[in-house]
Structure formats: structure tokens, C-alpha cells
Design a protein around this ligand. Structure first.
Ligand code: NAI
Length: 314
């Protein structure tokens, strides 16, 4: 097919590729000419146990279809070893897909320290360690494609997932920063927030919903974002059930108050409607221009310092 995106000669590392979304990515890249490192620790979705079977099954699947793949069984916390597998076997790394993940769902009230620590270790430290090990290769060859896997739980919060939500949003800040630092080396870094049926979601979603959320419908977005023709970087995309959409920040026009003694809690309370009004919003790529705003603020008349809190017409 003339329109096929190809990855010939490139090495793609997919973490957590022994099942679910990661398996889908790995099999795809294997079918499009890439050398694939299939990493998977092989534990349960709660991060218990380990084994080589999960990764081996996917490696065999890629090889029997004529593709090139090797297994790696390390935890993503040992990112160095995973990238070493790529270098030792294929001599290079071009694409890193930070996909490995686990869940430790529990209400904040009942959360144990270990539930917090393990989620941070796998998602945040794991993505960091893999990216850190790949980065010198990306810079040296002036080419790299990196995907991080966030979640709606991180973007919006999710009951019983404060550990997972914190880790997932951490990956947004991490990846947006790598996008900035990698830009001049043609290292493009994006975050996806997928939704798909997997062993991770099968316990929380009904079967008819799961049937309409196949992991193979997330994979094409990852293919586009990691292709050499892609120019997108520092972006967040939701993907699932056939819907692919970019997510961005929105900043209200907000209230501007004179910067003197009249900038009191009461002065803000009186402007609450303006603070929260998105009618003239912008979609910022960075922090607001504080110096410019400050200059204007200094020239304003003093605010009315009435301390009456009125949230009625927010
Ligand atoms: P999954 O449980 O099928 O796949 C995750 C894979 O990561 C498993 O094969 C597991 O063995 C592996 N893994 C876990 N800890 C590891 C570690 N320390 N080192 C190496 N491998 C490890 O789950 P799924 O759904 O495919 O999830 C993939 C990614 O997508 C995860 O990061 C998850 O948080 C994220 N995600 C998934 C959503 C969904 O709807 N399925 C929603 C939002 C995010």
C-alpha cells in the first residue's frame, strides 16, 4: 500500500508491551519494518509478581509475522537496561513509547504509602529512567520520537485514583519539558491519554463499552506521532473508541487589579465573575506575560476594598 507509514531500519522500544495497548503498538511497528524491543515485567495489573511470558508471546508473534523483535523483562524503573537491550541488539534507538503502567485504586483515606510509592515508581520514575537512557542517543543522532502515556484520571481527576492521577499528570509536565529541550535536536515528545479495553479496564467497565474501545483504535495515533514525517511536539491527545482529539489549556481573560494596598481578598471576591469568565479566553503555550500585565495593573485605579464575598453570579 503506497500510503503506509514505514519505520524501516528504526528501533522502537515499547515498555509494557506484553499486553493491552503496548502489545498493539509493538505488533504494529514490527509489521512496518521496525526493530522492536518488547519490554514487559510480566506482573499483575496491580504490579505484583513478574515473568518473561508476556514479552515472549509478543516477540514470537512479531517474529512469526516476519518482523524483528527482542524481549526485555526489566522493570521500567531500570530504564538503562531496557535501552541497552535496544543498543546491544539493534545498535540504535529511534522511538521510545513509555506505556508500562499499573493501578493501585483505593480512596485517599485508605491509601497506603506503598500504593502511592509503587504508582510513582512505575509511571513517573519508569518514564524518566527510560527517557534518560534514550536521550543521549536521540541527541547524538539528532532524531528521536517519544510518547508518554497519561490518562483522563490525571487530566481531570478520578475517584479512587489520586496516586495514579498524580503520576499521570506528572508525565504531562515531564513530556512538555522534554519537548522544549529536544526541539533543536529533532526529538519530538508528545503525551497521549488513551482509553481502551485491556486487563486494566476490564474490571471497571461493562463488556459492551469495552467492545467499542479496542486498543487497535489507539495505535494509529501513536503511529502518526512517532513517524519521521511528524512535526507535532509538546502536545496532548486523547484517543479511544475512534475519537482522536487534542487537549490544551485555556486561560480566562481574568481580572486585573491595581497592585497596591487595595488588592485585598474582598477586591478579588468582587471580581470573581471575571476571574472565572472564559468568554474571552486564550489558549496559552506558556505562562502569561507577567511584566506586561503588571505594567497595566499599576496604572489602574485602586480596587474597591469591600470584603463582601459574593459567589452568587459566578
Ligand atoms: P495493561 O495492564 O494491559 O498493560 C500494561 C503493561 O505494562 C502490562 O503488560 C504490564 O505487565 C506492564 N508493566 C507494568 N508494570 C511494569 C514495569 N514496572 N515495567 C515494565 N512493564 C510493566 O494496561 P493498558 O490498558 O494496556 O495500559 C497501557 C498504558 O495506558 C498504561 O500506562 C495505562 O496507565 C495507560 N492508560 C490506559 C487506559 C485504558 O483505558 N486502557 C486509560 C488511560 C491510561
Amino acid at each position: 500500500a503506497p500510503q503506509e507509514l514505514r519505520y524501516d531500519g528504526q528501533t522502537v522500544v515499547v515498555t509494557g508491551a506484553g499486553g493491552g495497548l503496548g502489545r498493539e503498538y509493538a505488533v504494529f511497528f514490527g509489521s512496518r519494518g521496525a526493530n522492536v524491543v518488547v519490554n514487559d515485567l510480566g506482573g499483575s495489573f496491580k504490579g505484583e509478581g513478574k515473568g518473561s511470558r508476556a514479552a515472549d508471546v509478543v516477540v514470537n508473534e512479531i517474529r512469526s509475522a516476519g518482523g524483528k523483535a527482542v524481549a526485555n523483562y526489566d522493570s521500567v524503573e531500570n530504564g538503562d537496561a531496557i535501552i541497552k537491550t535496544a543498543i546491544d541488539n539493534f545498535g540504535r534507538i529511534d522511538v521510545l513509547i513509555n506505556n508500562a503502567g499499573i493501578l493501585r485504586d483505593v480512596s485517599f483515606k485508605n491509601m497506603k504509602q506503598s500504593d502511592w510509592d509503587l504508582i510513582m515508581a512505575v509511571h513517573v520514575k519508569g518514564a524518566y529512567k527510560c527517557a534518560r537512557a534514550a536521550w543521549p542517543y536521540f541527541r547524538k543522532q539528532k532524531y528521536g520520537r517519544l510518547i508518554s502515556t497519561a490518562s483522563a484520571a490525571g487530566l481531570f481527576g478520578s475517584f479512587g485514583q489520586c496516586n495514579y492521577g498524580a503520576a499521570k499528570l506528572a508525565l504531562v509536565g515531564f513530556t512538555e519539558t522534554l519537548a522544549k529541550e529536544g526541539l533543536k535536536y529533532n526529538i519530538l515528545c508528545n503525551t497521549i491519554a488513551p482509553i481502551a479495553a485491556s486487563r486494566m479496564t476490564e474490571t471497571v467497565m461493562p463488556p459492551d463499552v469495552l467492545n467499542s474501545l479496542k486498543p487497535e483504535w489507539v495505535m494509529p495515533l501513536v503511529a502518526v506521532l512517532t513517524h519521521q514525517s511528524c512535526t507535532e511536539t509538546g502536545s496532548i491527545y486523547e484517543a479511544g473508541g475512534g475519537h482522536i482529539a487534542k487537549i490544551r489549556w485555556e486561560r480566562a481573560k481574568g481580572a486585573l487589579l491595581k497592585t497596591d494596598d487595595s488588592l485585598t481578598p474582598g477586591a478579588i471576591a468582587q471580581k470573581w465573575k471575571e476571574v472565572n469568565n472564559f468568554a474571552e479566553a486564550e489558549h496559552p503555550q506558556g505562562p502569561g506575560n507577567a511584566m506586561e500585565l503588571l505594567e497595566t495593573a499599576q496604572q489602574l485605579p485602586p480596587s474597591n476594598p469591600g470584603e463582601k464575598l459574593d459567589f452568587k453570579d459566578k
